[in-house]
Design a protein around this ligand. Structure first.
Ligand SMILES: N[C@@H](CCC(=O)N[C@@H](CS)C(=O)NCC(=O)O)C(=O)O
Length: 214
């Protein structure tokens, strides 16, 4: 695959919360980039050409400067360091944002699991009974953290917010009603109000596309 090393190239899929995170970062930042679709429905993520990019056989992946970066939260961290966008100001807050991203992968990922099993792969009800309380507990932690504050870290939207919201964006498809967590609902509206935001089904292209904002 021919890649321009100077240009950010994101590989992803429109049904993927993990892809939504870097897609949201790039769109909210108004950065030029190329999008390359990896069709999960047809198993493109397990084809040799893509395994050469992401050995885990999953989306997303980012190519830039001859580097390949995978794992959505690492991509967010890379983009923040590279562009300065959504990077908290103080070093302490930068570490705190990365801490949220790491915790997100442990805990909020259960929200994505509940949605996945509910929407794409029917499982034994016992599986849902196991994962649903874990998802609810993670949402409770985020809701409490947002009590009395607009953003998870510092005074501005950061990669912590994009990583955590990105993973839970499809929560309704898992039967998790956002109105049960009022601080999360208010925070999601703050993120959605930012120019460049859209729901993943609208934001993430279904075909390869070039983004060159004026
Ligand atoms: N920890 C990874 C998870 C990536 C992930 O689970 N990607 C899903 C879509 S959201 C995927 O590619 N699934 C297809 C597969 O596993 O075959 C990340 O955050 O990037």
């Amino acid at each position: 695959m021919n890649l321009d090393p100077a240009r950010l190239t994101l590989f992803g899929s429109f049904t993927s919360s993990s892809s939504f995170k870097p897609m949201m970062f790039l769109s909210l930042s108004g950065l030029p980039f190329s999008f390359r679709t990896v069709n999960l429905k047809y198993g493109a993520q397990k084809e040799d050409w893509y395994l050469a990019i992401n050995r885990y056989g999953q989306v997303p992946a980012l190519a830039h400067r001859g580097l390949i970066v995978v794992q959505s939260n690492i991509i967010l961290d890379y983009l923040a360091r590279e562009t300065g966008c959504f990077l908290p100001e103080s070093e302490q807050d930068q570490w705190r944002a990365r801490e949220w991203l790491s915790w997100e992968a442990d805990a909020i990922t259960n929200v994505a699991k509940v949605r996945h099993y509910n929407r794409f792969r029917k499982v034994d009800p016992a599986v849902m009974d196991y994962f649903t309380p874990l998802a609810e507990s993670a949402l409770g932690v985020v809701d409490t953290a947002l009590q009395g504050r607009d953003w998870l870290v510092g005074d501005a939207c950061s990669i912590a917010d994009l990583g955590c919201w990105g993973r839970m964006v499809f929560m309704a498809e898992g039967g998790l009603d956002i109105t049960r967590w009022p601080n999360i609902e208010a925070w999601s509206k703050r993120i959605a109000a930012m120019p460049g935001y859209d729901h993943p089904y609208s934001l993430i292209p279904k075909k390869d596309r070039e983004f060159d904002p004026a």
